[in-house]
Design a protein around this ligand. Sequence first.
Ligand SMILES: Cc1cc2nc3c(=O)[nH]c(=O)nc-3n(C[C@H](O)[C@H](O)[C@H](O)COP(=O)(O)OP(=O)(O)OC[C@H]3O[C@@H](n4cnc5c(N)ncnc54)[C@H](O)[C@@H]3O)c2cc1C
Length: 473
Amino acid sequence: MVDFKNTQGGKTSIDGDKLEAMRASLRGALLMPADEGYDVSRTLWSATIDRRPAAIVRAAGAGDAMQAVNFARENRLLLAVRGGGHNIAGKAACDGGLMLDLSAMKSVRVEPAAKRARVEPGALLGDFDRETQAFGLSTPTGINSTTGMSGLTLGGGFGWQSRERGLTIDNLVAADVVLASGEFVQASATQHADLLWAQRGGGGNFGVVTSFEYQLHSLGPQVLAGLVVYPMEQAKQVFEGYRKFTAAASDDMTVWMVLRKAPPLPFLPADAHGKPVVVVAFCWIGEPKQGEAMTQLLHGFGKPYGAHAGPVPFAGWQTAFDPLLTPGARNYWKSHDFNAMTVEVERILCDAITQLPSDECEAFIGQLGGAINRVAEADTAYPHRDVEFVVNVHTRWREASDDAKCIGWTRSLFDALAPHATGGVYVNFMPEDESQREAAGAYGANFKRLAALKAKYDPANLFNQNQNIAPKA
Ligand SMILES: Cc1cc2nc3c(=O)[nH]c(=O)nc-3n(C[C@H](O)[C@H](O)[C@H](O)COP(=O)(O)OP(=O)(O)OC[C@H]3O[C@@H](n4cnc5c(N)ncnc54)[C@H](O)[C@@H]3O)c2cc1C
């Protein structure tokens, strides 16, 4: 017998024969704690999360996902679903339950003539970028190549192309979904359109997606992108320049800022390494020559320590931040949405950067707006269509003994920023201890419709290891 945690918070013992029958029905693997591969499957991006499922289905296809969902539902087992394993809340793994690990399903199939891509749920952004860019195509995703396409999409998804082409979900045209009932359906504009609506920002609440279909756009392969790094002492003028620049920038230009200690980048003078800096990171997705004059302005916000900018392959630029975001560190994030990057927000961020609890912590400002905001709030489950900037407090450290110090710093910076923020939060940037923000904060005005769809598609809340939407007819 193997003990599992069940959905009632109690224990369910499963007969060994039943598990063997389940193993035999899979194309992929059933991994128990002693099996090779178990630890690889359950290990997520953030080392703060260390959960041990009673068993893991490492799926090879939609058939395995159906088996796992049926097994969990019939036995009322706690069920966690893993795509790329990046989510900061770490709900892709669960203690004592059944984990459905989709990370081996990585196929990306591009249809160049139709400008469409079919993507399996274990594909990472880097898999998607390399495959689509081979055809000079892409769609908006995030900025770090090791993030999973599936969790990113289900929450919304934004990065360097979003101001011109919308969120990832605005380019999601269809999804194959295994429902809580075990039924396999296709959600599109013509079939289960309400389910597709819910998948566009409703997190993993509505079923297991075994294939995503995206609309693609021509891109690059060269874009104009780079970093301009300013000393923190010049933050006031850099923020002033940033405010003016972003107010006037066309949608094919996106500029994010990062406040942190300077990493030892080869284009920075050695005496700048480790000093607090403001990093201006940009990407112009139009024809590189046409963006040159505009991007030059980013070098004139002050007197930079250094810059590394120019035409680069887009798929390469997507890996630019990977070295700062490697898996295995301890992480805690908090996030706010903003309508404007005000002087008050600037002051709070700059003050906090003088008291970083570890050298790897940062505050990042992402520029949104543009095409993201031209979609109506009710058109997709993602409701934050008036947001211009997102600020993330990315706290990152190595030793568990520093947890309290680092988490405390994050929370106090988050609290100081709160009066200036919209109150909304991107569901994909929420840590696990933010359940009080799930309804109003993450899903906003769309929460009621989402709760009704949850009652239709997952009435027993089988898919509850996520930023959860309780079913309410
Ligand atoms: C370093 C880093 C950089 C990031 N950068 C960006 C960025 O630039 N832009 C952006 O928009 N976001 C960004 N994110 C946030 C990212 O979108 C979320 O962490 C996202 O959830 C990651 O997806 P995943 O598949 O890797 O996550 P996982 O942890 O595997 O999954 C997250 C949750 O989604 C659900 N889920 C996953 N796959 C499925 C599926 N196939 N079917 C049903 N439910 C599923 C589950 O509930 C799971 O708990 C970043 C995150 C990190 C850690």
